[in-house]
Ligand binder design. Structure first.
Ligand SMILES: Nc1ncnc2c1ncn2[C@@H]1O[C@H](COP(=O)(O)OP(=O)(O)OP(=O)(O)O)[C@@H](O)[C@H]1O
Length: 346
């Protein structure tokens, strides 16, 4: 179990992680979703003890990462965004080296652990290959095998599919799902479709803050309940507007057409629940029969974009992200492209 409380990381005046709290229960696959620069790597680097927090605490199975780093780190296997692989080593040499670093003393134990981790990561037959000659997909597998050494309960993977081609992405996602059967897995990603398909629970991070969390289904249900309702009812404009205006959670009512005793309008539903029933009842009770009613729900993509934009401008804060980080729209386009290319290869 991981307990993160009020975690904050500042780099000078820039707050990369801003008062984040969440709990990761044992078992299952958790996804840290957010655009580039959202604070995912910083959060993971603090959880794994690579960097220290400015404020807040992280406990791994009850061990505070700042006070008991060795005990806390022993619970975790980490694949950083840029895994430190030694290019001139063979897969086996590298994994044996990592096993030794992680404290497996006996040679025979190291060999057995490496064989097991390599098999689990799908590296059979690759043990004698030089790392520099491996594809990016196989290098990720080596990084995952290294993370598995030392028998940690929790595996943390920072953007494990970045830079992979669509076929490799699918293979690595399938490997992650398999790992989720035996380990608690936390992965970060900026690809919505990836966390939707791979993760049991999703934490959405934007501008260093946790903006939503839940199962992909919960998030979709919560968020798609927001949207635009379009309706046409019989009656006078005044009667229709008055009846619809009384439905709690329905805002921004706009009449779009009015002819022959029929009034068409749109309204924004912000209640977090489906308001079609309440609206239709209110209109009927006011003597305005409903002729048509439909709800345009937001897709999870729309919601992700909405959550990761700043409310003031609809754009990411310019001072929160350095110039090299693309804006949310660009990140979303990139997501779509990646998701599209991914889908096309399924
Ligand atoms: N060592 C550092 N010094 C200064 N600023 C940093 C440092 N590391 C990260 N940042 C900044 O903190 C913010 C969060 O970065 P972080 O790498 O955690 O984001 P991320 O969500 O992992 O994005 P990415 O996928 O692009 O790595 C960014 O604005 C980043 O530029």
């Amino acid at each position: 179990m991981i307990e993160v409380e009020h975690l904050t990381k500042r780099y000078g005046s820039h707050t990369a992680v801003d008062d984040i709290s969440f709990t990761v229960e044992d078992g299952g696959i958790y996804g840290l979703l957010g655009p580039n620069g959202a604070g995912k790597s910083t959060t993971m680097n603090i959880i794994t003890g690579y960097i220290s927090a400015t404020d807040g605490t992280v406990k791994i199975d009850g061990h505070d990462i700042a006070d008991e780093p060795a005990a806390a780190k022993a619970c975790i296997g980490y694949l950083p965004e840029l895994p430190p692989l030694y290019q001139e080593m063979t897969v086996q040499e590298y994994l044996l080296f990592v096993a030794e670093l992680k404290g497996t003393r006996k040679k025979a134990d190291r060999a057995a652990a490496v064989e097991h981790a390599a098999a689990r990561a799908g590296l059979q037959g690759m043990e004698q290959r030089l790392i520099r000659n491996l594809s990016k997909g196989y290098r990720q597998r080596v990084g995952i095998a290294a993370a598995l050494l030392g028998t940690p309960k929790i595996i943390i993977l920072d953007e494990p599919t970045v830079g992979l081609d669509p076929a490799q992405m699918i293979e690595i996602r399938s490997l992650i799902r398999d790992l989720g059967k035996t380990h608690t897995v936390i992965l970060s990603s900026h690809i919505l479709s990836e966390v939707q398909t791979v993760c049991d629970r999703v934490l959405i991070i934007a501008h260093g803050r946790l903006v939503a969390q839940g199962t992909p289904e919960e998030l979709a249900a919560q968020l798609t309940a927001k949207g635009t309702i379009t309706a046409t009812a019989q009656g006078s404009r005044e009667a229709v507007v008055a009846a619809a205006g009384k439905v709690p959670g329905l805002t921004d009512l706009r009449v779009t057409d009015e002819k022959g005793g029929e009034v068409s309008f749109t309204a924004v539903s912000t209640a977090g629940t489906d308001l079609r029933g309440a609206l239709s009842l209110a209109l009927a009770q006011a003597g305005c029969p409903v002729l048509s009613l439909s709800a345009e729900t937001m897709s999870l993509e729309d919601v992700f974009l909405q959550l990761t934009e700043t409310p003031e401008s609809g754009k990411p804060e310019s001072d929160a992200a350095p110039a090299e980080n693309p804006p949310a729209e660009a990140a979303a386009e990139e997501n779509e492209k990646e998701a599209d290319s991914d889908e096309s290869n399924l």
